[in-house]
Design a binder for this molecule. Structure first.
Ligand SMILES: Cc1ncc(COP(=O)(O)O)c(C=O)c1O
Length: 397
């Protein structure tokens, strides 16, 4: 199977981890040789409720048996998409009320970029250095890391970059700016939190010049940081909210939300301002609804902060230089990328799934399902500490 995987399924990574998955349940992934892996990655922050959560499975099965795709986005009334959008609106502060459902995070970013242009009549967009917003050519234009996009130029014009958390850069936001697009907590950059009211200051500057604040919550969203969305920790409300990943508990999805009036701009001049065949797909929407219902009716979200404390208390070792992030969006910072590679690759052999961050080679991602138990956290952290001791014993001078 591995040979076929490498030959017939396109690869863009140099050395895929190549676990041949048999099944996955809760916080564990199982391979075809019955090996069990404790999952500290959750499909890169997507499996909010763990693998094959019974409520998501039930919602998906029931919906698939009832109807799947019947029409392109927005023409027919399909209950799962309507109910999800309504529950989301009830869980968000005003004016965030109306949601456009799409197929992936990057498509949601594309939609948000287009909406900002329509709402302001301007074309300039500002993003942050080391930002990651997706891999289609619009969202790639916002990527704040030149080596990954150079080969695809020309990309979108009119995009400039500011340094995240640097207030002095805010003067770059001007009357030409349609929108400032930021990750609430920078992901690929190394799980960098906004400091000293940074997001509030960005929003204030946006208001001064009539630009929109667009927050990319594709990674922190859906409960990972102690609130339903990361921005709720920082006393700021974006004009456009972008989401994806954990939204449907492991099904492919994305969405952007704005006020009803702003979203209505996509209806005219020209009409059909964003079109998608599968966006709002009833099976995916049913999974998103089940995920959101579970998150809003349980203690899983506040528990992420208790679980963060447990991680921080256990992950103490001379090789660990720091832990960044919030809730269950954490990154262990090591002094050498070689230790990161060792933890990810040897961790996998030991039955612990860890992963890299895109632009920070000294960081190891810890983004388990929100449903992870304290015992599982202890089990995984013990394995990490053992691996660090192994590294030490293999690297004594
Ligand atoms: C912050 C952020 N924005 C956008 C994206 C793109 O989402 P997708 O991979 O679903 O297109 C990602 C994916 O990693 C992300 O982490």
């Amino acid at each position: 199977m591995k040979k076929d995987f490498l030959k017939y399924q396109a690869q863009t990574g140099p050395a895929p981890l190549s676990i041949e998955v048999s099944h996955a349940k809760g916080t564990y992934v199982y391979d075809v040789s019955h090996k069990k892996y404790l999952d500290f990655v959750a499909g890169v922050s997507a499996n909010t409720l763990g693998h094959s959560h019974p409520k998501i499975v039930e919602a998906v099965q029931k919906q698939a048996a009832s109807y799947m795709h019947v029409m392109v986005y927005g023409e027919y009334i399909q209950k799962p998409a309507v109910e999800f959008s309504k529950l989301l609106a009830k869980s968000l502060p005003g004016p965030l009320e109306t949601t456009y459902l799409v197929n992936s995070g990057t498509e949601a970013i594309e939609g948000a970029m287009k909406l900002a242009k329509r709402a302001t009549g301007r074309s300039g967009l500002i993003a942050a250095k080391h930002a990651y917003h997706g891999n289609t050519q619009g969202s790639m234009s916002l990527m704040g890391f030149e080596p990954r996009k150079q080969a695809y130029r020309p990309l979108l014009p009119g995009i400039s970059f500011i340094e995240y958390n640097n207030e002095n850069d805010l003067y770059n936001i001007t009357e030409d700016t349609a929108g400032v697009l930021l990750e609430t907590i920078q992901g690929g950059a190394g799980f960098i939190e906004p400091k000293n009211g940074y997001l509030k200051k960005v929003k204030a500057r946006c208001e001064e010049v009539g630009a929109l604040l667009i927050l990319d919550e594709i990674q922190p969203g859906f409960g990972r940081t102690g609130k339903l969305f990361g921005f709720m920790n920082y006393q700021v409300v974006p004009d456009i909210l972008v989401m994806g990943k954990g939204m449907a508990g492991g099904m492919p999805v994305g969405a952007f939300t704005a006020s009803h009036d702003m979203m209505a701009l996509l209806k005219e001049s020209p009409k059909m301002g964003h079109i998608t065949t599968f966006g709002g797909h009833p099976v995916i929407a049913a999974a998103a609804l089940a995920t959101l219902q579970e998150l809003t009716s349980s203690n899983l979200i506040p528990q992420t902060l208790e679980k963060e404390k447990l991680f921080r208390s256990l992950l103490v070792h001379p090789l660990i230089k720091g832990i960044r992030g919030k809730g269950l969006m954490l990154a262990i910072i090591l002094e050498d990328p070689e230790i990161v590679n060792f933890l990810v690759l040897e961790g996998m052999k030991k039955g612990l799934l860890l992963f890299w961050l895109l632009f920070e080679p000294k960081a190891v991602r810890i983004t388990p399902p929100l449903t992870i138990s304290n015992e599982e956290i202890e089990e995984g952290c013990t394995a990490i500490l053992e691996l660090l001791e192994e590294w030490n014993s293999q690297n004594v001078n």
